[in-house]
Structures are given as structure tokens and as C-alpha cells.
Design a protein around this ligand. Structure first.
Ligand SMILES: *Cc1c(COP(=O)(O)O)cnc(C)c1O
Length: 428
């Protein structure tokens, strides 16, 4: 009677295990100043232009003349038009408002999109990757059995030093490919040539690319595409996801968009029509006041304020990346991304390095194994902390890294880790 596929999914213990180890450390060392470089959430408050727009919209809701109830399921025209003008027109991408669907977060959008596809559709993901793509397909029963840390029917595209941490084309046919650029957790981006190869692959194989651009605002390099629709022909094979969360600090407010182009026809069916049907059945829209707040980032002031916050995080990211590279650690990311990713020094696995970092430098990071099997010996540091904390962390890293040679024997067994309680301390 219940969905048996839920039973095949391993418990998500990563962030609760991280929280538990930090609590244990802090109760054993009450005076220690622990610095958090593990966060996948923003810390800067909302931009003033966004706050002003929120206040105004709340006042509108308080007045019978301007009150708004249910809005259009696909989102208000003012926001869909602002996204086209602010995100796509400047790139020369021919997207129109009817192809934009406003959502309440790229997490729900990327998790829900798989409903459009057959139960036996084959799926490929970069490894390591944002776990939502994998788990949402596992819940739908598409991934087979989970054994030794891998799904039997999932095509993993391992990313490591050998390929510059960029997913390579699968050997054969797959139906769905999730790509994320800039990627979480590796912080790496896909170049125009990379994306052109993916679009060519999708066109040849009749595959659909699900392109997550949640971190697009972090791209400062003019050569790095911010949208897959910068690639010719992509509108026939790709769906794109955008989010105001990392761009403008909307992790608490919740607003996102999905682009489903009209030209995207699979088995003779319009995915734009399917997604419209799906959303109007299961979703009643993002709050009016939140959509007004989102539109404010496309005004002159909003744009400047949001940019300043992104630059703040990017300065942190550069500090982290540079201290690692300066100590011989081959770190990637951190230039067009808030995340820095690297192989754990001293031959440690990701939990051993987590413990070393916590015990010897009082820094919390994120073990790479939480993002897929290829992350087992890698680690993610995040630039979403304060500048002051990041400066202090960088000093501690500069001291710690050279001294790491032998591996401490403190990693948990898989059974210990799986047995730990999974409370709600997760990254979203
Ligand atoms: C944070 C994140 C999102 C989710 O963003 P929301 O819009 O807050 O749901 C989507 N994709 C990736 C890769 C993320 O890291």
C-alpha cells in the first residue's frame, strides 16, 4: 500500500551527523570558537530594495482596493517579464514569458520535474552533485537498488582532477541528464564548449537536459555561460532552473523560476504544456508579496545591492581557495562560485578530514561523500560565512594544512554513521 521505493533510499545522515559531531566537540571544549565553513545557506540579510518592495506589497494586501488573492499559477506577468528582460534578453536568449514558470524554490522545481517522464526513463547525474536530483528519482522508483553507496540504474558521471571536475558525456543513451553550473558542491562551471557538446548529445539521443543555474549570479567570468540557452538549439532539448535563493538571499522567502521552452517536444508532446498542467494541478503559486520582492532585484538599486552581496561572498571564496592553493592543495571552484572543493590532504577520507579540521582548527566543513560516491575523499568549504570568520578560518587553515600528513583513526564505520539519529539539521 505504501510507496516501496522510499524504503530503498538510505537515510540522509550527512548534515545531522555534522551537527552531532560539532555539538559533541563543543560540549567537550566549551571555550572553543568554532568557525562554520560548512553552510549551504546565505547569511547576508535581504537587500534594502527587496525589503522596500515587500513592505509595499504587504500594504497592498492590507487594502481592499489592491488586495490580491490567488494569483496566476504560472506566476505574475510582472515577474515573468522582469526575468525575461533581466536574465535572458541580455544574453541574447530568445525566451518569452509564457515559457517561464514561477516556483517556490529550485529544490521543489528540480525535484518535481521528473514527474513529466516515464517511470523507466534512464537518468544521468554528475558525481558529486546536489542530492535532490538523485533522491527525487529514487522516490519515483527510477534508480533500481541502492548497494555499496550506488544506485544500480543511475548513470554516474564522475568528476575529478582527471576531467577538471566536469561531467563527461555518457557512453550510451540516457533519457535525462541533470547538469548544474556553477556546480554544488564542486564550484566548477561548464564552458560554452562543454555545454555545446551536451546540447549536441541531447539532440542526437533525444535526451532532455535539466540545467540547474541556481548559482548563475556568481559567474563573473564573461566566457562562462549563465544559461544553457546561450547555446544554439538548447531550447529544443533543455529545461532550466533559476532561483532567487543564492542570488538574492531568498532562502527564507522562497522564489524560483523554471524555463520550459515551447520548442521542447518529446514523443510528440509539449513539455511546456505538461509542466503547465502539472503546476496548475499541484501548485497555487508563490506569494504575491514574494514575487514583488523578487522583481525588485531587477531595478537599478536592487541590482546593485544584490551584486554587492554576491561580491562579498566571492571575496570569501577567493580567500579560501587561495590559502588552499598556496599550501599545495589543488582546490577548484571559488572563482565563479561560493564553494571551494578539493581532495582531502594527507590521504584522508572526507570524514577523517572533517574531524581533523574540527579538532585541530575548529573549522566545520562538509564531507564530500554526502554528494555522491566520487566525493568520498573530497571536501567542500563554503564562502557563505561572514568575512571576519572567513579571515580567521583562513589563518587557521594556513597553519593546519602543512601539518596534515598521517590519517587519524577516527572515521565512523558506515553502520555507526547510519545508526546516528537523523534530525532535521539539513542543508536545502
Ligand atoms: C540551494 C540549491 C538549490 C535550491 O534552491 P531553492 O531555490 O532555495 O530551493 C537548487 N540547486 C542547487 C544546486 C542548490 O545548491
Amino acid at each position: 500500500m505504501i510507496n516501496e521505493h522510499f524504503g530503498t533510499i538510505p537515510p540522509s545522515y550527512l548534515f545531522s551527523e555534522v551537527a552531532q559531531r560539532v555539538r559533541d566537540y563543543q560540549s567537550a571544549h566549551p571555550g572553543a570558537r568554532v568557525l562554520r565553513l560548512g553552510i549551504g545557506d546565505v547569511t547576508r540579510p535581504l537587500a534594502p530594495a527587496v525589503v522596500d518592495a515587500l513592505h509595499l506589497a504587504v500594504d497592498e494586501q492590507a487594502d481592499a482596493e489592491s488586495f490580491r488573492g490567488y494569483g496566476p499559477e504560472q506566476g505574475y506577468d510582472f515577474l515573468r517579464e522582469a526575468i525575461v528582460a533581466g536574465e535572458y534578453a541580455p544574453l541574447g536568449a530568445d525566451i518569452d514569458p509564457a515559457e517561464i514558470f514561477i516556483g517556490d524554490g529550485a529544490k521543489s522545481d528540480t525535484a518535481n520535474i521528473q514527474e513529466l517522464f516515464a517511470a523507466d526513463a534512464s537518468v544521468a547525474v554528475a558525481d558529486p552533485v546536489y542530492p535532490v536530483y538523485v533522491d527525487s528519482n529514487a522516490m519515483a522508483g527510477r534508480l533500481g537498488d541502492f548497494r555499496d553507496g550506488r544506485w544500480s540504474r543511475l548513470v554516474y558521471l564522475p568528476c575529478d582532477e582527471g576531467n577538471g571536475y566536469r561531467p563527461q558525456l555518457p557512453d550510451g543513451h540516457v533519457d535525462l541528464v541533470y547538469l548544474c553550473s556553477p556546480n554544488n558542491p564542486t564550484g566548477t562551471t561548464l564552458s560554452r564548449e562543454d555545454l555545446a557538446e551536451w546540447v549536441a548529445y541531447a539532440r542526437e539521443h533525444g535526451a532532455v537536459i535539466l540545467f540547474d543555474a541556481a548559482y548563475r549570479e556568481f559567474i563573473v567570468d564573461a566566457d562562462v555561460p549563465r544559461s544553457i540557452y546561450e547555446i544554439e538549439g538548447a531550447e529544443e532539448v533543455a529545461i532550466e532552473f533559476g532561483s532567487f535563493s543564492k542570488t538574492a538571499g531568498f532562502t527564507g522567502l522562497r522564489c524560483s523560476w523554471t524555463v520550459v521552452p515551447r520548442q521542447l517536444i518529446v514523443d510528440g508532446v509539449s513539455l511546456q504544456a505538461m509542466w503547465s498542467r502539472r503546476q496548475s494541478t499541484k501548485f497555487n503559486g508563490t506569494p504575491y508579496i514574494v514575487q514583488r520582492a523578487a522583481a525588485a532585484i531587477y531595478g537599478a538599486e536592487g541590482r546593485e545591492q544584490v551584486r554587492a552581496d554576491i561580491d562579498y561572498y566571492l571575496r570569501n571564496a577567493a580567500l579560501i581557495r587561495d590559502v588552499l592553493r598556496g599550501r599545495g592543495v589543488d582546490a577548484v571552484g571559488g572563482d565563479n562560485s561560493p564553494y571551494v572543493w578539493f581532495r582531502c590532504p594527507g590521504g584522508l577520507d572526507s570524514w577523517q578530514f572533517f574531524d581533523a579540521l574540527l579538532e585541530r582548527a575548529q573549522i566545520v566543513g562538509t564531507p564530500g561523500v554526502g554528494f555522491g560516491p566520487a566525493g568520498a575523499d573530497h571536501f567542500r568549504l563554503s564562502a557563505f560565512g561572514t568575512h571576519e570568520e572567513t579571515l580567521e578560518a583562513v589563518d587557521r587553515l594556513a597553519e593546519l594544512i602543512p601539518s596534515l600528513s598521517a590519517a587519524p583513526a577516527s572515521a565512523p564505520t558506515a553502520a555507526e554513521a547510519a545508526a546516528s539519529d537523523s534530525d532535521t539539521t539539513t542543508e536545502s
